[in-house]
Design a protein around this ligand. Structure first.
Ligand code: BMA
Length: 369
C-alpha cells in the first residue's frame, strides 16, 4: 500500500493515466466551475475517488464550532476533499440552520474549504412552504404544484429562492471570486419522505420545480454553480431519468444509498451499491456527465473494517468522482457516519486514507486535465 507522500511523488514524476495527470501541481484553489468539473472528471478517469463528508468542519462527534477542526482531520491529518453543507433554514432567513449551526459559521466554513483547495457541495432541506412543516412533512401532495407559476405559494416560494440566492451570492473569496459550488437541491426525490418526493408530485411538476430553481438562480447571475441530481436507492436504470430535469441543467449524476441494519445490512448494501453505480456509469457516459456517490454511509459505522471491506469494494470498480458520507452529529451519540479518534473504525479509515484510490483536500492539486 502506498502512502500519500508516495502518491504525490508518483504524480510529480508523471504518472499518466488517460492523459489526466501531469508533472507539477496545479494552483491548489479551484477558482472556476470549469476547473471544478475538470477535477471531478479527471479524478474519476484516473480511477481516483475524492472523499467527502457532510458538515465535516462545523462539528464532530464530541465537539462543535471549533473553526478548522474536523473529525476526519483528527484521524488522518487531512480534510475531506469535498465537504457538504446544508442550507435548510436560509429560506426563512433563520440565523441557525436546521442542524443548529449559524449561517455565519457555514459561510466561513465554505470559504475556508475553498481556500484550502477543497470542494463544497450544498444541499437544501428547506421547509414545506404549503404546510409550514419541515422537509419531511409530506402531509400535502400539492406543495410542489403550489409553488410553481400560478400556484398559491408561488410568491412565498420565490421569496425563499431570493433568500437562498442572497446567501449563494455572498459566497465569495477574499479577492471577490465567486466560489464554485456543487448545488444538489431536490435530492432523493425517488423516495417519498420529502415533500418533493415522487408520491407527492407529478414528474412534470418535479421537473418544473428544478427548472424554476435553476432559472431563478441564473437570473441572479449565479454562474458559479455545478448542479447535481441525486435519486436514491430503489431507482433503476429504467427509472433513473424519469424525473430528470435535462442535460442543459444537470452536471453531475449522483446517487444516495445507505447501509441499514448495521453489520447485517452490509451485503445488501454492497450488492445494491454496485448495481446502482454500474448503471450510473452507463447513463453518465451516455449523457457525458460526471458521476458521484452523493450520499452514503452506515450509521455508527459498526464494523471495524467498514471502509476497506464494505465501502471500498463497493465503489472501487466504478469511476465515480467523489463519495460523500453523512455527518457526525455532536448531539446524537449514535448518529455518525465518519470516523473520529478512538472509534471502532479509526485504524481502517487511516488505511483507506493512505490508498492510491482515495483523494483528500491536500491531493486535489495533483489532479490534472
Ligand atoms: C438527516 C439527519 C438529520 C438532519 C438532516 C439534514 O439525515 O442527519 O438529523 O437534520 O439529515 O442534515
Amino acid at each position: 500500500m502506498r502512502t500519500k507522500t508516495n502518491i504525490i511523488i508518483l504524480a510529480m514524476i508523471g504518472l499518466s493515466l488517460f492523459g489526466c495527470a501531469e508533472k507539477s501541481p496545479q494552483s491548489n484553489i479551484i477558482r472556476t466551475t470549469d476547473r471544478l468539473k475538470e477535477v471531478l472528471f479527471c479524478a474519476s478517469k484516473e480511477n481516483k475517488v475524492l472523499f467527502g463528508q457532510h458538515d465535516a468542519t462545523l462539528y464532530g462527534h464530541t465537539w462543535k464550532g471549533e473553526r478548522g477542526r474536523s473529525d476526519i482531520k483528527d484521524v488522518c491529518g487531512d480534510y475531506p476533499a469535498v465537504i457538504g453543507f446544508d442550507l435548510g433554514g436560509i429560506e426563512k432567513k433563520d440565523s441557525l440552520s436546521l442542524d443548529s449551526v449559524s449561517f455565519e459559521n457555514i459561510h466561513q466554513a465554505i470559504i475556508d474549504q475553498y481556500l484550502r483547495g477543497g470542494i463544497v457541495s450544498i444541499s437544501w432541506h428547506l421547509d414545506n412552504p404549503e404546510t409550514g412543516g419541515n422537509s419531511w412533512d409530506v402531509s400535502s401532495d400539492s406543495t410542489v404544484h403550489s409553488v410553481l407559476k400560478g400556484g398559491k405559494n408561488y410568491e412565498k416560494f420565490t421569496s425563499w429562492l431570493e433568500n437562498l440566492s442572497a446567501f449563494l451570492l455572498s459566497l465569495k473569496a477574499p479577492d471577490s471570486t465567486p466560489i464554485p459550488i456543487i448545488f444538489r437541491p431536490w435530492h432523493e426525490h425517488t423516495g417519498s419522505w420529502f415533500w418533493w418526493g415522487q408520491d407527492h408530485c407529478s414528474a412534470d411538476d418535479y421537473i418544473s420545480l428544478w427548472r424554476m430553481t435553476k432559472e431563478f438562480l441564473d437570473s441572479k447571475g449565479l454562474a458559479n454553480i455545478v448542479y447535481a441530481y441525486s435519486p436514491n436507492l430503489g431507482v433503476t436504470a429504467q427509472t433513473y431519468l424519469e424525473r430528470y430535469p435535462g442535460d442543459d441543467i444537470i452536471d453531475i449524476f449522483g446517487m444516495d444509498i445507505y447501509q441499514f441494519d448495521g453489520e447485517k445490512g452490509a451485503s445488501v448494501y454492497m450488492e445494491e451499491t454496485k448495481k446502482a453505480l454500474s448503471f450510473l456509469t452507463e447513463i453518465g457516459a451516455k449523457h457525458n456527465k460526471i458521476i458521484a456517490f452523493t450520499e452514503t454511509g452506515c450509521e455508527s459505522v459498526p464494523m471495524e473494517k467498514w471502509w476497506t471491506e464494505v465501502l471500498l469494494p463497493s465503489i472501487k470498480d466504478y469511476h465515480i468522482s467523489y463519495v460523500l458520507v453523512w455527518r457526525n452529529a455532536p448531539d446524537r451519540p449514535k448518529h455518525f457516519y465518519g470516523p473520529f479518534p478512538m472509534c471502532l473504525c479509526e485504524e481502517d479509515f487511516k488505511t483507506f486514507y493512505s490508498m492510491d484510490k482515495t483523494v483528500f483536500a491536500n491531493d486535489i492539486k495533483y489532479i490534472h486535465k
